[in-house]
Design a protein around this ligand. Structure first.
Ligand SMILES: C[S@@+](CC[C@H](N)C(=O)[O-])C[C@H]1O[C@@H](n2cnc3c(N)ncnc32)[C@H](O)[C@@H]1O
Ligand SMILES: [Zn+2]
Length: 333
């Protein structure tokens, strides 16, 4: 085991920490009933970018994985980490987990089998995916353009009434008012729906690109949550002292190489993560992300005045997450 393994990076104010470790090992060391919510973007089990962490590693982590189908192995693995989340969550604590449309059913069953109660399915509509289709003669293809990601909302069961659990543990309910959608001429805002929208990459302020879902779905008065896409500036902010690395950008027909400091391939928008953190975390509560990646859940937790504990296995991503969270934590109000 290298010296870096299981290192805990903590900031001076104790507002956040990051553990460099395998999620299953690190989760097992956390005390039970100690976490207010889990907000996470785990591997989707689709071998994204041919990353081992989204494919072969999952099967390898499951005992007898060799005999299981890819879907079965992904579901079993999901249950392994969700069991630990269920143990460390306070009763009534919520869990939000992103997924891919084609593996979502496995994620939901895996999490349900761990004893969490399925509460809802949110959709993040972004219209920004690229079809990974084979182009066959005669206008045929093999996939559609990915345009949304499902997000599971689950909750750790509790005994008795929600009001009593709220009093005892501070958990069990959603922060509806804090997550309301701003409404012109009203202080209250609209009740948050289980759909979040992002503009398409080519949208400019006040004018939407042709493939943008926003004007079609939310034409006149906005009643849904909107968030900007994660711009290059947002992804890189705070990483100035890290080395530049060459990555392949999967946009359009060509896949150019670009020099970046945040090399993570699946960075979520800060605004989207802020809304989700706001929705499920009690004021001042502790958010856990066992698959922290480049740390966007941590950034959101800092900006929403919550505490954060992240776990990430890859040292390179831990460095990026540390740099990004440090940068954004300075903006904490
Ligand atoms: C989908 S990414 C999260 C991206 C993150 N939401 C962001 O905005 O940067 C999932 C992360 O889980 C990490 N990971 C995969 N398997 C893991 C494991 N067993 N333990 C800890 N981290 C793991 C990967 O290295 C990857 O960074
Ligand atoms: Zn738009």
């Amino acid at each position: 085991m290298s010296a870096r393994k299981l290192a805990l990076y903590e900031d001076a104010t104790n507002a956040w920490g990051l553990i460099e470790a395998d999620a299953l090992q690190a989760l097992a060391k956390l005390p039970e009933n100690s976490i207010d919510c889990v907000v996470t973007d785990p591997p989707y089990g689709i071998a994204f970018h041919e990353e081992a962490w989204d494919g072969a590693d999952i099967r390898a982590a499951v005992a007898s994985g060799a005999q299981l189908s890819t879907g079965e192995a992904f579901e079993r693995w999901t249950t392994l980490w969700a069991n630990e989340c269920q143990r460390v969550l306070k009763p009534g604590g919520h869990l939000l987990a992103f997924s891919a449309p084609r593996t979502f059913h496995r994620l939901v069953c895996g999490i349900e089998d761990a004893g969490l109660e399925v509460r809802d399915q949110l959709l993040w509509l972004h219209a920004q995916g690229l079809p990974k289709s084979r182009r066959l003669p005669g206008g045929l293809g093999t996939t559609l353009k990915p345009a949304y990601e499902p997000i599971l909302l689950a909750r750790k069961p509790f005994e008795g009434r929600v009001v009593d659990n709220l009093k005892a543990a501070g958990t069990g309910a959603l922060n509806i008012n804090a997550a309301r959608i701003p409404r012109e001429g009203s202080n209250a805002g609209y009740w948050p729906a289980h759909v979040a929208l992002s503009h398409a990459p080519a949208c400019k302020s006040g004018s939407c690109a042709e493939d943008c879902p926003a004007p079609r779905l939310d034409a006149s008065v906005s009643r849904l949550f909107f968030c900007a896409k994660a711009t290059r500036h947002e992804r890189e902010a705070g990483c100035e002292a890290l080395p530049e690395r060459s990555v392949q950008i999967l946009t359009g027909k060509h896949h150019p190489l670009r020099l970046v400091r945040n090399t993570h391939p699946t960075v979520k928008p800060v605004e989207l993560m802020r809304w989700l953190v706001r929705l499920v975390t009690p004021r001042g509560g502790l958010v856990l992300d066992p698959f922290a990646g480049s740390g966007t859940t941590g950034i959101a937790s800092m900006l929403e005045d919550r505490m954060f504990l992240g776990i990430e296995r890859q040292p390179q991503y831990v460095d990026i997450a540390c740099a990004r969270i440090t940068h954004w934590a300075k903006k904490r109000t």
